[in-house]
Design a protein around this ligand. Structure first.
Ligand SMILES: N[C@@H](CCC(=O)N[C@@H](CS)C(=O)NCC(=O)O)C(=O)O
Length: 356
């Protein structure tokens, strides 16, 4: 529905434009049709012309996207927005942020209000197809968890029989909760909120015995609770939640940029390139590193970017490991171990295709 309403005017435009174009093509001979159809303006051109990219984030989730009282944004999702801006403009601050609740994020992306959605969003088949999105590589492998008060003595899902559980609407969380409880034959009352602050606020006020969300969100939110030690996260994982940035369907030029910017963070870590050594690394005689940093070859050009786009990303933002450590890992207040979010070379799931 959303896609239809977005593309109908576009289709009208395209047909108006295509009629004379097709006439030209038929004069010129075949081979030009696909080229001309593909000339529809990409968001890449819009963003370049605007000089900033508009990034949809949460704004309330520490470690992922959080805006402090001074208006400063931080978190791994924010760093993806900064990496895109660094690649495009050599300026990680050329980003406008839009805070979005879970329930409004897809409308914002499909309506063109944001260029990229970088907001603890799970890649699912339905979102990839029916909702009309393209998912860039996963930046955080997560799973759904359940938090309860320590003094409640709740230790398993079965202990939640008859309980009320706080949950955010418009999320994968809602559906997973229903599925998991049905499977475990546990009756419960969902208490659903549109806003994440309201979901966690209700839990803290005692309106529900448990609160469920992505495990990372539970850990991050708990770190901001008045007494974090009074709450435990049960040792259960209800789902797979691969979180990552997304763009709108049918715009592969823009999608490719966001996709390869994300991969650049991962590949830089694998190649041992950091914000501290990137200038030095440009002098490396390793052909893979030289090609990656754009010292040789023209990889950026194919994406509509400068050939040193990866060097810009690493210079301004760092590699994936640096981003992880400062927002979620050892240098953050959350201190999540790398686990699945480590490089494939160290037993994790992060793997970039070759930059060549
Ligand atoms: N990853 C899941 C859930 C994402 C989500 O939006 N979760 C809620 C948790 S209540 C939220 O708003 N989180 C942001 C926050 O806690 O600030 C999805 O994509 O549906």
């Amino acid at each position: 529905m959303l896609l239809e309403s977005k593309y109908k005017p576009m289709a009208r435009w395209t047909s108006l434009l295509l009629t004379p174009l097709l006439a030209i093509v038929s004069i010129m001979g075949c081979g030009g049709i696909t080229e001309n159809v593909q000339q529809r303006q990409s968001r890449l051109d819009i963003v370049k012309k605007r000089g900033t990219s508009i990034c949809g984030v949460s704004g309330t989730l520490p470690g992922f996207s959080f805006v402090d009282e001074s208006g400063k944004y931080s978190g791994i999702d924010v760093e993806v927005c900064r990496a895109v801006a660094a690649a495009l403009f050599d300026n990680p601050d050329a980003v406008e942020y839009r805070n979005l609740e879970a329930s409004e994020r897809f409308t914002a992306l499909n309506g063109g209000e944001v260029d990229v959605l970088s907001r603890n969003t799970t890649w699912t088949l339905g979102r990839d197809s029916l909702v009309g999105m393209e998912f860039a590589p996963t930046t955080f492998y997560d799973g759904q968890g359940m938090m309860v008060r320590k003094d409640s003595k709740i230790g398993s899902l079965q202990d939640l029989q008859g309980a009320s559980i706080c949950v955010g609407t418009g999320t994968t969380t809602e559906l997973n909760l229903t599925d998991t409880m049905r499977q475990a034959k546990v009756n419960f009352t969902p208490i659903a909120y549109q806003q994440a602050d309201a979901t966690f606020g209700a839990y803290l006020e005692g309106r529900c015995e448990g609160v469920t969300a992505d495990k990372s969100a539970l850990v991050a939110r708990r770190s901001n609770f008045p007494n974090p030690q009074e709450h435990i996260i049960l040792d259960i994982t209800m789902s797979k939640e691969p979180l990552g940035p997304a763009t709108i369907n049918n715009d592969s030029a823009w999608f490719d940029v966001v996709k390869w910017v994300t991969y650049a963070l991962i590949e830089a870590e694998e190649l041992g390139i950091t914000s501290a050594n990137v200038e030095q690394m440009k002098k490396s005689d390793n052909p893979t590193i030289r090609r990656f940093l754009g010292v040789e070859g023209a990889l950026g050009e194919g994406l509509g970017l400068s050939n040193d786009f990866t060097a810009r990303i690493v210079k301004h933002v760092g590699n994936y490991g640096e981003v992880y450590d400062r927002n979620l890992g050892k240098n953050s207040q959350i201190k999540l171990p790398r686990g699945e979010n480590d490089l494939w070379t160290r037993g994790g799931l992060l793997y970039s295709p070759p930059f060549r």
